[in-house]
Design a protein around this ligand. Sequence first.
Ligand SMILES: [Zn+2]
Length: 307
Amino acid sequence: MTGIFRYKLGQPVTWYDRRKKRSNQYCLYCQRFIGEGSEIPSNKEHLIGKNFVPGGSFDNGRAFNFVFRACEQCNTDKSRLEDHVSATTLISSPGRGMDEKVDDLARRKSNSSYHPTQKSMKLADSNESVTLNFGDFSFGLVAPPQTNERYRNRLALLQVQGLYALITSSDPTNKLSVGLLPSENCWVLGCYPRSDWGNSQLIEVTRRCEKWPCYANISTANGYFKALMKREAPDNEWFWALEWNKSTRVIGCLAPPGELPRLFQGLPELEWKVVTSEGSVTHRYREETPLPEDQDTLFSAQVHDCA
Ligand SMILES: [Zn+2]
């Protein structure tokens, strides 16, 4: 990334200062004024929560992160989302097979992190199981704990709002030059487990914006967090992608609310097959398509010089 306020290669970008007037003037999430004279309590926020990824991933604060001032309410709200999304994405992280510490952490998190909608249920106990019957035989399927869709979309929105401000603000301590992203402009197309990164939708979106200028291509926390932002041309749609704990990708775009953004029009349908259907309960499945590593080009873009 270039041309970013207080950016130095390979280090955290810090917009936070103890003094409000030397920090960013608006909460990058809810867009309320939190500068000098504001009554809204605010504090230090990390775009990628330190506990969202395995411990030690930020190399004692030397690796990239984005640190700024946020209102306390958004800060607390985001930690809660991170807690859940981190636990569910670490459970299926390939990092568990490579590093014992990551495996331990994933277990600990799933044993202490509670399911967001089923109160008092630990994530570790929330495997979804279903028995399928085909005439004479039946078999059971168990799916790992799933990330709650509302939590996941909300966390993606907050992270994209942070990134948007990072690359579009010329001086966030100056009220007039902060780039803030209204939440209604952020579209989420979908969320995909690693076992399905080769599905036809993801491949097609990646192809469509392959040549778009790239404004951020971040890989930090030992690869446990990745983010990408591209824009076709000034005034046009943006494309964004996030990768969490090496196991989950969420993609979307920035476009006005209303009509489906052009980037997502006419995409191939992902085919679902219905296995059983009884009354209002339908079980369906979709064959997942893994992506060979040498064909994975989503995060391979060169950052466009916007200085
Ligand atoms: Zn806020």
